[in-house]
Design a protein around this ligand. Structure first.
Ligand SMILES: CC(C)(COP(=O)(O)OP(=O)(O)OC[C@H]1O[C@@H](n2cnc3c(N)ncnc32)[C@H](O)[C@@H]1OP(=O)(O)O)[C@@H](O)C(=O)NCCC(=O)NCCS
Length: 148
């Protein structure tokens, strides 16, 4: 992901989340040299069409999946799994031993995806997410990258 991608990234983000990240947050992730990746569908559009993106922060053997999102019209076609698999590979390449993420309890699609690649719940962050009424808890999931 580069800054030229941000118009599209922010559009996908805004269409997909009730509480989207602001452009500034993506900008900060790029400035901080986090692992910011877009998934493109090659050759169908000019320029290649951005289908989704993922953002990972790796520090001291720990990887944090900060955001993953697929364009609303293209969800359910396997792109999310591709992006997760790619970010796991990046985390391993940077020698992370564990990968962490937070997910909303009611986000069944994301939970299914994470479960299917081996993430397991290790905790709950009370009131972690903004919600339409008050706050919503975040489930903390972890995936061991050791010995794979
Ligand atoms: C969550 C998200 C990234 C998943 O990406 P996706 O491209 O839609 O998912 P995929 O097509 O790769 O499916 C991966 C798995 O998710 C699960 N899944 C996908 N669609 C599903 C549905 N409608 N119902 C239940 N599970 C579903 C399945 O386990 C699926 O694996 P399978 O196809 O082998 O059965 C995507 O839906 C998205 O961007 N959602 C909005 C943003 C978001 O919630 N991000 C996660 C924040 S923690």
């Amino acid at each position: 992901m580069g800054r030229l991608d941000l118009d599209t990234v922010v559009k996908i983000e805004t269409e997909s989340y009730e509480f989207p990240w602001l452009r500034r947050t993506f900008d900060d992730c790029l400035t901080a040299s986090y692992e910011c990746w877009i998934g493109e569908l090659l050759g169908r559009e000019e320029p290649d069409e951005i289908m989704g993106y993922g953002i990972l922060h790796v520090s001291a053997n720990e990887a944090y999946l900060l955001n993953i999102c697929v364009k609303k019209q293209s969800q359910g076609c396997g792109f999310g799994r591709d992006i997760v698999d790619y970010l796991i590979d990046r985390a391993k390449a940077k020698r992370a031993k564990t990968m962490f993420l937070e997910v909303r309890p009611l986000n069944a699609v994301a939970r299914e995806l994470y479960d299917s690649v081996g993430f397991r719940q290790i905790g709950i962050r009370k009131g972690y997410y903004p919600a339409l009424e008050g706050r919503e808890d975040g489930l903390v999931l972890a995936l061991s990258l050791d010995g794979e």
